[in-house]
Ligand binder design. Structure first.
Ligand code: BES
Ligand code: MN
Ligand code: ZN
Length: 581
C-alpha cells in the first residue's frame, strides 16, 4: 500500500499540559486557544506515515459545540497506594476499613470476637466494634457496611465492610468501592484498608487481592462531573493496603490496577460525552493525544474522507455521508520498546459518535435514540486499552487500534435504504436498513485491520439490540470460529469480571442475508439478529486471521447509574498482556 499522507487538515493535536503519568484522563479540555502543532513528539519518521512538516498551519477545530456545552476540565484524582505490614492499632488516618466475612463476625459467649484481628482492634477501641455490630445487626454479609466516628485515637473513623460468605474477587473489588463511598461521604483524605482474615489468603493470591481492592477504590472514587455545573473535588489522597504483604510483586499489581483503571476511566468519559461534544473529529483528537502521551511506543494515523476514498472504503463512507461532522478513520499502532515482535494483534472498535438510525430512524419507545451517544462504546474500549497499554508497555506484541469513527444521521446527502455500497475489498452490500450501520463501518475497518498483517483481531461493537434481548444488559455476546482465541479472551475477562457469553456463528442463517442484486444485504430480519450481524462481519475478515467479534450493546451502559461502564478495557488489556512475552 502506498504511503498514506495525513492531510494537514485532518490532523490536529491539542496542546496538552497534562502529565502522562497521571492515572486519570482529563478529556476534552476545551480551552479556547486551541493549539495546532505538527510532529508533537510522535515518532513519525519510523512509520509509513509521511508528514507535511513544511506546512505549519495554525488552525483550530471549531469549538462551538451545539448547545455551547464545554466539558469542565477536572484534574485527575491522584490517589497514592502503599502496601504496608503494620500493626492495625498503630495506623493513623481518616478511615480504617476492615473487610470482614460472615465467619470473621462470629462472637463467643461473652460477645467478644473470635477473630484475633477484630479482637485486638475492638480492645483498642474499647469494645466499640463488638457493641456496634451487635446493635446494628452487622453480620458481614456482602453489601453491609458500618462506619463509626471515633475520638481521641488518632483515627477518625473505623469501618466494617461485609464481604459475604466466601471471599471472591468481586467481593474485594466491592470492598474497594464501599471504602470509596465512605471516603466520599466523610471527605476523607487518608484511608487504610485491611482484611480481618488476610492470614487465610494464600501468599501468591495476596497481590491480586490488593489490586482488586485498589481497582474498586479507584473506580469507586471516580464520578464523571465534567458536565455538572457544580461538583465537589474528592479529597482522597492516599490508601494504605495493610496486611497483604509488601514488595515488588504487590507494587507491580497495584501499578497494573492503576493503569487499567486509567483506561477504564477514559473509556467511561468517552462514552458519557454527548454527541454534540464528542464528534468523530474530537474522538480522533483523543486518540492522537493518547499516542502523543506515549510517543515512545505509539504512532498515530488519522485518515480523512479523501484518504478513505483512496482506500475505497465505500461502506464506511456511506454511513458517514449524512453528517455535517466528517468521518475520521483512526489508526494507532503500538510497537514494544524492546523492538522484537512475536505477535501482531488488532483491536477494532465501532465508533458511531451518534446513531439516529438514518432514514430507518429510531422511533418508538425502547429504541433508546437518546442514548445513542454510547454507540462508540467499542471504540472507547479500544482507546481505553490503548491508554493503559501505553503505560504498561508490554514486550513482544504489536497492536493496532482501529476505529472508523463517524455519525449516522439524516440529510439529502445521506445513504438511502436500497443503496448498494462497495466495501474496500470489492464486496457489494445492498442496504436494506440504514440503522444497521455499525457493521457497514466495521466492514472497512476489519479489511483495513487484516491489511496491517494482524494475526488475531478482536472487534468490539454496540452492534445489535438483539444481543441485549438474548443476554440482557450486563453480558456481552462473543462470536468466533476459533476455540483457542475464545479460550484466551475468556481467560482474560476473568480478572476484571467482565461477563461474556459465546454465541454461535450459525452459517445456515446466512440465507437471510442474501440479496437479489448485490453480494449481500446488511440485515437479515429480527430472528437471530446478533448472529446475522456477526456473520456479516465475517465476510470482511481474511480466513487465515483469528477473529472474534464482541457485541457489547448491553454492557456498555449502566442503566441504574445512568452512566458508562468502561466495558471491554480490562479484558482487552489483559488479553494483549497474555499475548506478550
Ligand atoms: N447501535 C445499534 C444497536 C443498539 C441498539 C445498541 C440498542 C444498544 C441498544 C445498531 O446500530 C442498530 O441500530 N442495530 C439494529 C440492527 C437492525 C436494524 C437489524 C438493531 O439492533 O435494532
Ligand atoms: Mn443503528
Ligand atoms: Zn449503531
Amino acid at each position: 500500500m502506498a504511503a498514506i499522507r495525513v492531510a494537514s487538515t485532518s490532523f490536529t493535536i491539542r496542546a496538552s499540559t497534562s502529565s502522562s503519568s497521571s492515572f486519570s484522563s482529563s478529556c476534552y479540555n476545551f480551552c479556547p486557544s486551541v493549539f495546532t502543532k505538527f510532529g508533537f513528539g510522535l515518532s513519525y519518521a519510523a512509520t509509513p506515515l509521511s508528514f507535511s512538516r513544511g506546512k505549519r498551519m495554525a488552525h483550530s477545530i471549531t469549538r462551538a459545540a451545539l448547545g455551547l456545552t464545554e466539558p469542565k476540565k477536572i484534574d485527575p484524582p491522584k490517589i497514592s497506594f502503599s502496601a504496608k505490614e503494620i500493626d492495625l492499632v498503630e495506623w493513623k488516618g481518616d478511615i480504617l476499613a476492615v473487610g470482614v466475612t460472615e465467619k470473621d463476625m462470629e462472637k463467643d459467649e461473652n460477645l467478644a470476637f473470635k477473630n484475633v484481628i477484630l479482637q485486638k482492634l475492638d480492645l483498642h477501641l474499647g469494645g466499640l466494634l463488638s457493641e456496634a455490630s451487635s446493635e446494628e445487626d452487622f453480620t458481614g454479609k456482602a453489601g453491609q457496611s458500618t462506619v463509626l466516628r471515633l475520638a481521641g485515637v488518632g483515627l477518625k473513623r473505623v469501618g466494617l465492610i461485609g464481604l459475604g460468605a466466601a471471599s471472591a474477587r468481586t467481593a474485594y473489588r466491592s470492598l474497594g468501592e464501599s471504602v470509596a463511598a465512605a471516603a466520599k461521604t466523610s471527605q476523607a483524605s487518608s484511608v487504610g484498608i485491611t482484611l480481618a482474615s488476610s492470614d487465610g489468603i494464600a501468599a501468591e493470591l495476596k497481590p491480586s487481592t490488593a489490586s482488586a481492592i485498589a481497582t474498586g477504590a479507584i473506580l469507586g472514587m471516580f464520578d464523571d462531573n465534567r458536565f455538572k455545573s457544580e461538583s465537589k473535588k474528592p479529597a482522597l489522597e492516599s490508601i494504605d493496603i495493610i496486611g497483604l504483604g509488601t514488595g515488588p510483586e504487590i507494587e507491580k499489581k497495584l501499578k497494573y490496577a492503576k493503569d487499567v483503571c486509567s483506561g477504564i476511566i477514559l473509556g467511561k468519559e468517552l462514552v458519557n460525552a454527548p454527541a454534540n461534544v464528542l464528534t468523530p473529529g474530537v474522538l480522533a483528537e483523543e486518540a492522537t493525544r493518547i499516542a502523543s502521551e506515549h510517543n515512545d511506543v505509539f504512532t498515530a494515523k488519522i485518515l480523512d474522507v479523501e484518504q478513505c476514498k483512496e482506500l475505497k472504503m465505500g461502506s464506511y463512507l456511506a454511513v458517514a455521508a449524512a453528517s455535517s461532522h466528517p468521518p475520521h478513520f483512526i489508526h494507532l499502532c503500538y510497537k514494544p520498546p524492546g523492538g522484537t515482535i512475536r505477535k501482531k494483534l488488532a483491536l477494532v472498535g465501532k465508533g458511531l459518535t451518534f446513531d439516529c438510525g438514518g432514514y430507518n430512524i429510531k422511533t418508538g419507545p425502547g429504541c433508546m435514540i437518546e442514548l445513542m451517544k454510547f454507540d462508540m462504546g467499542g471504540s472507547a474500549a479500544v482507546l481505553g486499552a490503548a491508554k493503559a497499554l501505553g503505560q504498561i508497555k508490554p514486550d513482544g506484541v504489536e497492536v493496532h487500534f482501529i476505529v472508523a469513527a463517524c455519525e449516522n444521521m439524516i440529510s439529502g446527502s445521506g445513504m438511502r435504504p436500497g443503496d448498494i455500497l462497495t466495501a474496500s475489498n470489492g464486496k457489494t452490500i445492498e442496504v436494506n436498513n440504514t440503522d444497521a450501520e455499525g457493521r457497514l463501518t466495521l466492514a472497512d475497518a476489519l479489511i483495513y485491520a487484516c491489511n496491517q498483517g494482524a494475526e488475531k483481531i478482536v472487534d468490539l461493537a454496540t452492534l445489535t439490540g438483539a444481543c441485549i434481548v438474548a443476554l440482557g444488559p450486563s453480558i456481552a455476546g462473543v462470536f468466533t470460529t476459533n476455540d483457542d482465541l475464545a479460550e484466551e479472551v475468556f481467560r482474560a475477562s476473568e480478572n476484571g469480571g467482565e461477563k461474556l457469553w459465546r454465541l454461535p456463528l450459525e452459517e445456515t442463517y446466512w440465507e437471510s442475508m442474501k440479496s437479489g442484486v448485490a453480494d449481500m444485504v446488511n440485515t437479515g430480519g429480527r430472528e437471530g439478529g446478533a448472529i446475522t450481524a456477526a456473520l456479516f462481519l465475517k465476510q470482511f475478515v481474511d480466513e487465515k486471521v483469528q477473529w472474534m467479534h464482541i457485541d457489547m450493546a448491553g454492557p456498555v451502559w449502566n442503566g441504574k447509574k445512568k452512566s458508562a461502564t468502561g466495558f471491554g478495557v480490562s479484558t482487552l488489556v489483559e488479553w494483549v498482556l497474555n499475548n506478550s512475552s
